[in-house]
Design a protein around this ligand. Structure first.
Ligand SMILES: Cc1ncc(C[n+]2csc(CCOP(=O)(O)OP(=O)(O)O)c2C)c(N)n1
Ligand code: SF4
Length: 295
C-alpha cells in the first residue's frame, strides 16, 4: 500500500505525521500534484510544516523551505526575485501557511508582497484556528466555534468574533488571480492551482481544510464536510481574475446549516439552540446573496 501512494505522488511522500483524516494533508497531496516539480515552496510555521519535516526527514519532493510566520511571504518574494535575476523563467514560487499564518501573524507582510505585485502564489490552508498549538482561535475562526481561547460553557457560546473576510481583503489588493475552495473538491483544488500557475504576479488561493481534533470530527469526514461547507452557503467557492468574479459554485438549494454543524464538536453547543442556529443560517444567506450563489 505505501508503495502505491509513493508511485502516485512522489512530491508529497507518505510517512509524515499528520493526524489520520487530516483535510490539510489530503489537500497538499493534490496541490503538490498540480504544482509539479519545477517549483520552490516556502512554508510558514504550522501543522503542515511540523508534520512534514521532522528533524532529519522530509515528505516533500520539491525544493521546500520552512520560515517563520512573518517571514514566509518576504522569503518567497526574495526567492522569486533571485530566480528572475538569474534568468530562470520556469521555476515558480509558492508560499503556504495556515489561517493563523495568513489572517493574523503573517498578514502585514503578505499584504506587502501583494502590494508590490510579486510573482508568488500564496496558498492558505484555512482550518479556522491555530491547530498546531492546540486549537486557539484565529481571525478566521467562525462565530460560535468552541476553541481553547473561546470556550463554550454555561454562559459563553464559543467565539463571539466574525470570521475575517480575506476574500475582500485579497481583492482589495488587486490580485491577478484569487480563488477559494474546500477539501471537498479535490479536482477543483487541482484545477485552480493549475490555473493560478498560468498567471504571473500576486495570486491567492484559500482552501477550507478540516481538522479532526480541532473541529471534533470523525476521521472520514473531510470530503463530506468540505462539500457541506459550500452546499450550505457558509463557505463560498469562488474564482476571480483581475478582480472580476469568473466562476462560482452555485448554491441553488442550500442545505440547512445544521447538516454541516452537527458533525463538529466545536459547534455542538448550538445544535439545539434555535436562536443561534438561525443566526448562522443568516450568515449563509448573506453569503448566498453577496456572491449571487443562487443565480
Ligand atoms: C511568531 C510566532 N507566534 C506563535 C508561534 C507558535 N505557533 C507555532 S505553530 C502555531 C499555530 C499555527 O496555526 P495556523 O497558522 O493556523 O496553522 P495550522 O497549524 O492550523 O495548520 C503557533 C501559534 C510561533 N511559532 N511564532
Ligand atoms: S491537528 Fe488538524 S491540521 Fe494538524 S495534522 Fe491534525 S488534523 Fe491536520
Amino acid at each position: 500500500m505505501p508503495e502505491k501512494i509513493l508511485k502516485h505522488n512522489p512530491l508529497f511522500n507518505p510517512g509524515h505525521t499528520a493526524c489520520a483524516g487530516c483535510g490539510q494533508a489530503m489537500t497538499i497531496q493534490h496541490i503538490t500534484k498540480a504544482l509539479g516539480s519545477d517549483v520552490v515552496i516556502v512554508n510558514a510555521t504550522g501543522c503542515s510544516e511540523v508534520y512534514s519535516s521532522k528533524y532529519g526527514e522530509s515528505a516533500w519532493g520539491q525544493p521546500w523551505v520552512h520560515s517563520l510566520f512573518e517571514n514566509s511571504a518576504p522569503l518567497g518574494s526574495g526567492i522569486a526575485a533571485a530566480l528572475h535575476q538569474r534568468g530562470n523563467k520556469t521555476t515558480r514560487v509558492v508560499v503556504q501557511g495556515g489561517d493563523g499564518a495568513t489572517f493574523d501573524i503573517g498578514f502585514g507582510l503578505i499584504s506587502g508582497m501583494w502590494e508590490r505585485g510579486d510573482d508568488v502564489l500564496y496558498i492558505c490552508y484555512d482550518n479556522e484556528a491555530y491547530m498546531n498549538t492546540g486549537v486557539q482561535s484565529s481571525g478566521s475562526t467562525p462565530h460560535f466555534a468552541n476553541t481553547t481561547t473561546t470556550p463554550a460553557g454555561k454562559k459563553n457560546h464559543g467565539s463571539q468574533q466574525y470570521k475575517k473576510n480575506m476574500i475582500d481583503v485579497a481583492l482589495a489588493h488587486g490580485l491577478r488571480y484569487m480563488a477559494t475552495t474546500t477539501c471537498g473538491y479535490l479536482d477543483d483544488i487541482e484545477n485552480k492551482v493549475r490555473k493560478a500557475m498560468t498567471f504571473s504576479g500576486p495570486r491567492y488561493i484559500q482552501i477550507l481544510t478540516t481538522c479532526v481534533p480541532g473541529w471534533g470530527t470523525k476521521e472520514d469526514m473531510a470530503v463530506d464536510l468540505g462539500k457541506l461547507a459550500s452546499e450550505t452557503g457558509l463557505y463560498p467557492v469562488l474564482e476571480y481574475i483581475d478582480g472580476a468574479l469568473v466562476n462560482k459554485m452555485k448554491v441553488t438549494k442550500p442545505k440547512p446549516v445544521e447538516e454541516y454543524l452537527k458533525h463538529q464538536k466545536r459547534f455542538i453547543h448550538i445544535i439545539k439552540d434555535p436562536e443561534r442556529l438561525a443566526w448562522v443560517q443568516g450568515l449563509a444567506k448573506r453569503n448566498i446573496n453577496k456572491y449571487g450563489l443562487d443565480k
